[in-house]
Design a protein around this ligand. Structure first.
Ligand code: GLN
Length: 203
């Protein structure tokens, strides 16, 4: 996929691997040219340009972050303006009620019993005209968000993909299809974050 590869040194992207679907993210990020590593300890966070918090069970992931004492390293990553992609449970972990990386509140299992798992074609800002096939699995939606949050996609009137500064989050699982365009947004954010950091260091 030469179109989506980044020029220059490869980006180092970590995938939080405490629980949930981290391997599928790793595969797609590698396709886009990233050097991917699994994150289980604070030491694993060193030198990362970007971080993915995958889907799974948000309560389990939050507990895992606590028991691995990972929160300070995650906060340091966020405060250094290094991008974060949170998907499904990862969106919940980033919201105002949890790590607070995004000024938004997620409603867990928002689509209800009948719609526990479904797929939909979504118009997503920033990926071109072709809709994105989105896989929702006991997905949340964004119930409330602040003015700084950009809604990139909605389903049934509810935001399901949002971005605020260096944080990108989706209620669906962009890692479960072969379409790399959502991850490509994250890779572009990570490339520009590293360029900015390089310029600041050179000043
Ligand atoms: N329902 C899960 C939660 O609330 C999220 C599901 C998922 O990540 N696929 O944490």
């Amino acid at each position: 996929m030469p179109c989506c590869r980044t020029a220059g040194p490869e980006l180092r992207v970590g995938v939080l691997a405490l629980q949930g679907g981290f391997e599928a993210h790793a595969r797609i990020l590698r396709q886009l040219g990233a050097v991917v590593s699994e994150v289980r300890t604070a030491a694993d966070m060193e030198g990362l340009d970007g971080l993915v918090i995958p889907g799974g069970e948000s309560t389990t992931i939050v507990k895992g972050i606590e028991s691995a004492a990972l929160e300070p390293a995650l906060r340091a990553h966020h405060e250094a303006a290094r991008p974060i992609l949170g998907t499904c449970a990862g969106l919940i972990v980033c919201d105002s009620e949890h790590l607070g990386f995004i000024d938004a509140s997620a409603r867990r299992n928002a689509f209800g019993r009948q719609l526990q798992s479904f797929e939909a074609d979504l118009a997503v800002a920033g990926i071109g005209d072709e809709p994105l096939r989105a896989v929702f699995i006991r997905a949340p939606w964004v119930e409330r968000h602040g003015p700084g949050v950009e809604v990139l996609a909605s389903y049934d009137g509810h935001p399901v993909a949002v971005r605020e500064g260096t944080v990108l989050a989706s209620a669906f699982h962009p890692e479960l299809t072969d379409d790399p365009r959502f991850h490509a947004i994250f890779m572009a954010m990570t490339t520009s974050a590293r360029e900015r950091a390089g310029e600041e260091a050179a000043r």
